[in-house]
Design a protein. Structure first.
Length: 283
């Protein structure tokens, strides 16, 4: 398993601190081969260190020192980046510049937006990321939040439309398997999609099961019919995985199934974590 690097985006909020200080979550990153973490804080353009009554600079430096110490204590190499601009654009830019293998961002999901990273930036990243994006779900409505799922990948629900990008997402099990115990394979049959008859669908899911079995992973299948986003979220409620894994812009033969708006809806409304795998970058 080759060494990997991750961009961990933080806005210095309580929810971000929860994500950074999750010992189980950091251990999961180590299990999938992450050795270097780029700790990124984006200062929105409309925030100034000299604003009356708020010492942003001191608060930022103190928090980043604490975060860095925690992450280094878990065995990672750490680099910190403080940049100014639009959060999702700068996070994507740094991920590309350092050659990161994934981006990790916290989100409180459907809660009112409390800051620039929690909520809106997670959704913008879901639409624009060029590297795999892990949205770590944080409890909402409490003063001292915890991560919703202690383990990042232990129980993974993989949604597939059998597209090329779904296959690309599936291939991440080559490294996710080191932190995964069981997988639920979900395919949503839409009346307007042509993904083969039911027997063909079962056969294709069976092939994926065989590949997971070769990696020592327990797998089960779930074929559903209806609206892709609604059915994927329903499957999450039923199977209660740690993480939903899907391609962010896959294409079925007659219509796009896991297209941007679907992945954005899942990021916004999923109960647990979401791991999005985008298409490869254009040359």
């Amino acid at each position: 398993m080759s060494a990997k690097s991750a961009v961990l985006a933080t806005d210095l909020s309580t929810a971000s601190e929860t994500m950074v200080e999750s010992e189980t979550g950091l251990n999961c990153l180590s299990q999938i081969g992450v050795e270097r973490i780029h700790l990124v804080t984006v200062v929105p353009s409309n925030v100034h260190s000299g604003m009356p009554g708020i010492d942003f600079e001191t608060r930022r430096k103190r928090a980043l020192r604490r975060y860095r110490s925690t992450i280094e204590g878990a065995g990672f190499d750490v680099e910190t980046h403080v940049v100014r601009g639009t959060p999702h654009r700068r996070i994507n830019g740094i991920a590309g510049a350092v050659g990161a293998d994934l981006i990790l961002v916290g989100s409180r999901g459907k809660s009112p937006l409390e800051n620039r990273v929690i909520g809106s930036t997670a959704r913008n990243l879901a639409r624009t990321t060029v590297v795999p994006l892990l949205v770590d779900r944080i409890e909402r409505g409490v003063d001292d939040p915890e991560t919703v799922r202690r383990h990042l990948f232990k129980r993974t629900l993989f949604a597939t439309d059998f597209s090329e990008n779904a296959e690309r997402a599936f291939e991440t099990f080559e490294y996710l398997r080191h932190a995964t115990a069981e997988v639920t394979l979900v395919h949503v049959r839409s009346p307007k999609d042509d993904t083969g008859d039911e027997g063909d669908v079962e056969a294709r899911l069976g092939e994926l099961e065989d590949r997971l079995d070769a990696w020592g992973l327990e797998a089960r299948t779930d074929v559903r019919r209806g609206d892709p986003a609604a059915e994927i979220l329903a499957a999450e409620r039923e199977h209660d995985p740690s993480t939903l894994l899907l391609g962010s812009r896959g294409r079925s033969r007659l219509r796009r199934l896991l297209l941007g708006s679907v992945s954005e809806e899942i990021v916004a409304n999923a109960t647990g974590n979401v791991f999005l795998v985008p298409p490869p970058r254009s040359p």
